[in-house]
Design a protein around this ligand. Sequence first.
Ligand SMILES: *[C@@H]1O[C@H](CO)[C@@H](O)[C@H](O)[C@H]1NC(C)=O
Ligand SMILES: *[C@@H]1O[C@H](CO)[C@@H](O)[C@H](O)[C@H]1NC(C)=O
Length: 309
Amino acid sequence: MASIRDFIFISTLVGAAHAGFVSVECKTENVGQFGQQVMVDCVIQLKPEAADAEIKVVNWKKNGDDKPLLHFYRGEYQRSKERYSFAEPSWNNANMNVSLLIKDAAMEDEGAYTCTVVTNRGDGSVSTSLEIRAKYNRPTVTSTPERLTGDTDGVLTCTSEGGYPEGKLRWFDEHNAEWTKSAEMQAVKMKDGLFRLSSSLTLLRGSTFSKYTCMVYNHSGGKEEEFLFEINPHNDRHERGPEKEMNTPSKIVAPVVVIGSLIVGLLILLVVRRRRNRHEPVSTCEPLRAVERDHPDIICDVEKGGSEP
Ligand SMILES: *[C@@H]1O[C@H](CO)[C@@H](O)[C@H](O)[C@H]1NC(C)=O
Ligand SMILES: *[C@@H]1O[C@H](CO)[C@@H](O)[C@H](O)[C@H]1NC(C)=O
């Protein structure tokens, strides 16, 4: 804490004495990839009058933070996290390249930074911004229902994540016609600050194409990755295959039904015989008409033979 107070004191003092000899200039656009080393590129510019300037203090701060990220004062370095360092491998106070290097960049690193420099010949301060970008993963497409034939309504859902800033998912059919307007997209920020995009495309039966491509585009409209989804691939062979399999059990079922009917018929025959033995009226055979119709050879012969004198 003492060092910061000293720094403010010194910068006020020196700044007042030597205004304009020293300035800090940064690359206007600092862009880094998520998870990689990123740099905020800044260099001290000295007027000829201050060419022999000696750096006393370098202070890197993220705007809005209280503590500096990286601080050099009286030959000593301090940093709030291991991830921060000077970009120049063996920086010393004769080196005018005061660029900040951030390892393993995260979304929290995006934003505005201020670099303040104090020399014995004046001081300078500049603000610059850092943008973090992350590429979206290759999308995946799933369908509901799982087996889409084109004869029923369905939904294709495309998902791609791990990108930043917010991108877009777009749909195309096999003729390259765009179907994005028929889809609904959601962008959700995940814990690490990266986006998860998902888009659902509704397919109506009868008006379904055989191939759909889901493409993920980055924030500035550059295409990144795609996924091709084929509806009902190998159409004929695959579609008829299972039907043939379905025929096999029905070949077993048919004889079972026939044999079953015969058994039922025989049982009914037994019942009728017993009833006849008990001298019950023949009219009880009325409910058997249906069976009679189906098995005239078994039932009717016996019935007729029994009821006719
Ligand atoms: C500052 O140093 C870094 C690391 O060596 C280098 O990549 C960068 O180009 C330098 N910046 C300037 C403006 O020279
Ligand atoms: C988007 O992609 C294009 C082309 O690949 C690339 O030039 C651009 O920098 C990317 N923009 C973002 C925001 O990632």
